[in-house]
Write a protein that binds this ligand. Sequence first.
Ligand code: KG4
Ligand code: ZN
Length: 343
Amino acid sequence: MPGKDIYILGIESSCDDTSAAVIRNNELLSNITANQNIHKRYGGVVPELASRSHQQNIIPVIQAALDKANIKKNKLHAVSFTRGPGLLGSLLVGTSFAKAFSLGLAIPLIEADHLEAHVLAHFIQEPGMPSAVPSFPFLCLTVSGGHTQIVLIRDYFDMEIIGRTIDDAAGEAFDKAAKIMGLPYPGGPFIDRYAQTGNPQAFRFPKPRVAGLDFSFSGLKTSFLYFIRDRLKEDPHFIEKHLADLCASIQQNIVDILMDNLIRAADETKISIIAIAGGVSANSLLRQTIMDQQTLRSWQTFTPKFEYTTDNAAMIAISGYFKYLRKEYAGYSLAPYSRSIRS
Ligand code: KG4
Ligand code: ZN
């Protein structure tokens, strides 16, 4: 006899997106995200405004996720939420809501780690459309606005970070380069778009050398800043005239830095099942470069669907599902954490 279906509500509120998702076992039924446009005019996320917007968005977003999944809240078996890392004020909104929801419905509360969840997004299935998932062990390059990590995944919740950034994250490198060129926030998607028609070899920028499998992006940002400043002195229209080439070149540089270490990590660990995750995994050059390795290096690669690259609650719901199966429930006294608690 088949086991009974498990329905989990996932809530993500770690940064500036309020998201809710409903999953039936490992199959996603809904994933609704309210983006906060309010930050665009400030060129970055303003924490106080983010938490206020989460408070306004959280109930309608959860209701929309339940409606789309076509289930009533009393059918849920558990609620999972992002405990951290992220902005404390933002995390508090999701955490408090999840606790109250769990108490009100008398269902288990499950905490999810945002970075683990980005990796676990690879296990989300669409109803009736089973797709291949990575087998253990595999490597995941998790690249977002706040983090850049190479993670060795031995099991769902047995993950070891074997490389990390020592300063800026890859997404920050994209966003800061975009800001220097006067592009809106977040700049990663704009660089990606303008780069489509540019020459990636037009301009060369430094590639920092860092020990082991770690990354560094702050030097690149500084040299890009000085490069643009010097060229603007000679020609005030330099950026407009060369926007596509600048975007293509800086994007190539960031992807090269990421790939150099990922290739070394694969060689050193002798693992050839490779995934990418996080907001920067939406980048078309990174996706293409990863896919090219299937033939070049005989890697088996996994690129997430676009809707699971940037922050989303589907990944929190799937994390919740795997923890529910293990009966790993959270207590009501737990507090969110702002920085990564994993080694
Ligand atoms: O995972 P995410 O949504 O939030 C964090 O947890 O940080 O990642 C957001 C980051 C931003 O830095 C954004 O510029 C970057 O992902 N990003 C991209 C692209 N789409 C989003 N970077 C490069 N190319 C893209 N297409
Ligand atoms: Zn994220």
